[in-house]
Design a protein around this ligand. Structure first.
Ligand code: AMP
Length: 272
């Protein structure tokens, strides 16, 4: 595996074969590795970027404590047979007085967008730069970040960006907790409390299977299931295009939750 640290060095590789790309912020876990495994097996060349992107953090503490085990991450990429790890530094990716992208008003102002002002602007900003540097044929994104997946897909569509988005299913720990780099920040007690998020979305899935269709009832059930967390940020059911609905439409709905457990903010979702 080759480690590349600048955009110029990446461009100089002049890769012409089909490239599979997985953008990450590092602290790689089994869910990342499942995306990476697909990128490796489905493309002639695979690239993983590791970059804790400062522009998408609306909370300085969250940025400061974000885990950065770079050496271990590079070993995991090497073991997974990744061809190139792209590990840029912020000064190399960002410029003064930049041309900026704006998040779409509807999709960008709800849920994560409402709780984390500026977050998606930073995500789009870095992802478009990474796409332009790496020139991937396919880019692998996780359903764990459902709204991010929708907004990046919309950017690719709206700006005619030449890449195929490959959505990858949400991967959970054996007890149901959605895998996340932030799970490493949880204490033993918080790790137990964090299960409330997956329990909430699974409970709603169960209620849905038993015929409950009233979104207000289902949202109230999710909030009840998360009563022990430090702070619920949202617990909502929407159509899969993120529009609001009062009646759940099975096969076209998604339950989404976000909550603080201690100082750590976690998210989860379930397609319904
Ligand atoms: P991150 O390093 O958190 O920015 O994540 C990098 C990519 O991995 C994103 O496309 C995430 O959606 C995806 N990802 C992270 N956790 C999971 C998970 N538990 N299941 C599926 N995809 C995930």
């Amino acid at each position: 595996m080759k480690i590349i640290t600048t955009a110029r060095d990446f461009r100089d590789l002049k890769l012409s074969t089909p490239i599979g790309f997985v953008p990450t912020m590092g602290a790689l876990h089994a869910a990342h590795l499942s995306l990476i495994g697909r990128a490796v097996s489905e493309n002639a060349v695979s690239v993983v970027s590791i970059f804790v992107n400062p522009t998408q953090f609306n909370d300085q503490r969250d940025f400061d404590v974000y885990p950065r085990p770079l050496e271990a991450d590079l070993r995991k990429c090497e073991d997974a047979k990744v061809d190139f790890a792209f590990v840029p530094i912020a000064d190399d990716l960002y410029f003064d007085d930049e041309v900026l992208l704006a998040t779409p008003e509807m999709l960008g102002s709800i849920l994560e967008g409402a709780c984390r002002p500026g977050h998606f602007d930073g995500v789009l900003r870095v992802v478009l730069k990474l796409i332009n540097i790496v020139s991937p044929t396919k880019m692998y994104l996780g359903q764990k970040d459902a709204q991010q997946l929708a907004i990046i897909s919309k950017m690719v569509n709206d700006l005619f960006v030449n890449v195929e988005i490959v959505p990858c299913e949400l991967i959970r720990e054996s007890d149901g907790l959605a895998m996340s780099s932030r799970n490493a920040l949880l204490s033993t007690d918080e790790r137990v409390t964090a299960l409330s998020l997956s329990k909430a979305v699974r409970y709603v899935e169960e209620l849905c299977k038993h015929g409950e269709r009233d979104v207000a009832v289902l949202q109230a059930a999710m909030i009840d299931a998360m009563m022990n967390v430090t702070k619920i940020e949202y617990a909502e059911i929407r159509r899969r295009d993120f529009s609001v609905t009062n009646v759940l439409d099975p096969g076209n709905s998604i339950a989404l939750v976000a909550a603080f457990v201690g100082k750590t903010r976690l998210i989860d979702n379930m397609l319904l």
